[in-house]
Unconditional design. Structure first.
Lengths: 263, 302
């Protein structure tokens, strides 16, 4: 079931400059466990006259205890800055929860490496929390340019081991996520990734290189409706056909895509 | 409760609110937000004789008060529609109208013939105005001869209500409307999108894969209203008005300049329940103004 609601902002946090974490109160009618990790919402930017379309934002976390939906938003333009200007008690027009998320019911998959870059780390928090709850072994591999880019580390730490990389070496291992030593020292059954597309393609290639068959990536193509109607957000699948990221994805097994690494 | 029922040719609509092709999928995508039975009808995605992949990504750019798209008629083809999608759309109280496109008059006619066989589809909308495909589409809709040639072929193949969707990318839209009226069209719908462009100055390229796209959204409404008004003066056919309708008040503007029904397009992307609000809003506005029948406002602005 998808919903269109005006949600009350319960809390506004600023994990670092240029980013906002919104916690939105979910109404009683919404079944929280129906929200899949990796799904997204479409937000209408308030008081942003040059912003016409909704903004797709991935689900960062669902807090079952206080019934809040967390969204970690990078301020990049007028629309996303409008979300940053919200205060607790304000309302936000939200269509949710959309698309298909990360798999949480894979049989015989015990160990998961969740690889995120920049704000792309956001959906991995909720995903990791659900896997942890199921007793799966979760390792987060989070990368940024500098240490300031790495956010919510305490939250991630609650649900698994956290490995870090920065390009300047200020925190964790120096370099890209694909260069981290954990790839060589441990085996994982599943890799899941979210972040810039070149990073995700490199992660998929790395997973293939070390013999991990199961790799999932969350795409963020430009989209309008978020419902599979406008056909704007397409990605080529393995057969060369255009599929909607909003409806068939945003999470795909990389084998479903035309990415070279698995061909 | 005012009387909202209107006729488009032989097609009876329970209210004048339809959705625009390419903005509402096959209706089913919106079932969580909209009671499909409460719409006047919905026009499903542009359908062609053979499946089409459409254009490459990126296909969309946001603009002030609207958006550009260059989807390029991606669709699974008419046979897939008839076998797999149509069965899911049967039994609705609202009318299902199929938007038909092609690359030659014979193509359009062959596609229309498939749709003619579907018992519960009582109308097609002929798309001679898609700005995003090279082979056909708008090529037919920008000259009177081209428009007439398609309508002539399809009229022979299709027995039910034939609506022709007109392009605004022309010098004189009224002359195109007269040309399709002369070939036996039952109604016209207008406007399709306006050809436009958006540039990424850092990358020094268009934001759209094929360079240009079709502009839609509230930014086009004044142009659309003007064209509906012009066409209403030029032909006797019923007109379906569209272009940037976001609210019931916008829809009423179109009715007042001569549209018998309206289509909601891009607004579905902003508010997936907008069509219900427009249906209810028209009804409420008529009640508030003591008007018993929607026909009493259609074309009141001459």
């Amino acid at each position: 079931m998808k919903y269109s609601h005006s949600l009350v902002v319960a809390a506004v946090e600023r994990p670092r400059e240029g980013y906002v974490l919104l916690k939105l109160r979910l109404p009683a009618e919404v079944s929280l466990s129906d929200i899949e990790p990796g799904q997204f919402v479409e937000l209408l930017a308030p008081r942003a006259p040059h912003t016409f379309l909704r903004r797709p934002i991935s689900v960062n976390f669902v807090d079952y205890a206080d019934r809040t939906l967390w969204l970690l938003i990078h301020e990049v333009g007028e629309g996303t800055r409008a979300f940053s200007a919200l205060s607790p008690g304000d309302k936000l027009d939200c269509v949710y929860a959309l698309g298909h998320g990360f798999p949480i019911d894979l049989p015989e998959a015990e160990s998961y490496l969740l690889v995120g870059g920049g704000v792309g780390t956001a959906p991995l928090l909720y995903y990791g929390s659900l896997l942890h709850e199921q007793g799966r072994k979760v390792t987060f591999l989070l990368g940024g340019r500098r240490s300031v880019d790495l956010m919510q580390l305490d939250d991630f730490g609650r649900y698994g081991r956290v490995c870090l990389t920065t390009e300047d070496g200020s925190t964790g291992e120096r370099g890209f996520v694909t260069a981290h030593s954990v790839w060589a020292t441990e085996h994982f059954d599943v890799v899941a990734t979210c972040g810039p597309k070149p990073m995700m393609m490199a992660v998929a290639a790395k997973a293939a290189e070390v013999g991990i068959d199961s790799c999932y990536a969350s795409l963020e193509n430009l989209m309008a409706c978020g419902l599979g109607a406008c056909l704007c957000c397409v990605e080529k699948n393995a057969d060369g056909h255009n599929v909607c990221v909003c409806k068939e994805g945003p999470v795909f097994n990389v084998r479903q895509l035309s990415w070279q690494s698995y061909k | 409760m005012a009387k909202l029922q209107v006729n488009i040719g032989a097609l009876s609509l329970q209210n004048p609110v339809l959705t625009a092709s390419g903005t509402f999928g096959y209706g089913l995508e919106f079932a969580d937000f909209v009671d499909l039975n409460r719409l006047g009808g919905f026009v499903v995605k542009g359908t062609t004789l053979r499946p089409r992949e459409g254009n490459d990504y990126p296909r969309m750019a946001e603009t002030t008060g609207g958006m550009l798209n260059c989807v390029g008629l991606q669709n699974p083809g008419v046979e897939h529609f008839c076998q797999h999608i149509y069965p899911q759309l049967k039994g609705l109280k609202s009318e299902v109208i199929v938007n038909v496109s092609g690359s030659s008059p014979a193509d359009y006619a062959a596609c229309a013939r498939h749709i003619d066989a579907l018992e519960e589809v009582h109308a097609i909308e002929l798309n001679i105005s898609c700005p995003n495909v090279k082979d056909g589409g708008m090529a037919f809709g920008v000259t009177c001869e081209g428009a007439a040639s398609v309508v002539r072929e399809v009229r022979k193949a299709y027995s039910k209500t034939l609506i022709v969707k007109l392009s605004p990318n022309v010098t004189d839209i009224a002359s195109i409307a007269r040309a399709v009226e002369a070939e036996g069209a039952d109604a016209v719908s207008l406007i399709n999108t306006l050809m436009g462009m958006s540039v990424d100055i850092e990358r020094r390229c268009s934001r759209l894969s094929i360079g240009t796209g079709g502009l839609s959204g509230p930014c086009v409404k004044p142009v659309a209203l003007r064209m509906v008004s012009q066409v209403a003066k030029a032909v006797k056919l019923p007109i379906i008005g569209l272009g940037g309708i976001m609210t019931a008040e916008d829809a009423i503007e179109f009715l007042m300049v001569g549209a018998t029904a309206v289509q909601i397009g891009t607004a579905n992307f902003i508010d997936p329940a907008v069509t219900m609000k427009v249906v209810d809003g028209i009804d409420r506005w008529l009640d508030d103004h003591g008007i018993a029948d929607v026909h009493d406002i259609i074309g009141v602005i001459g």
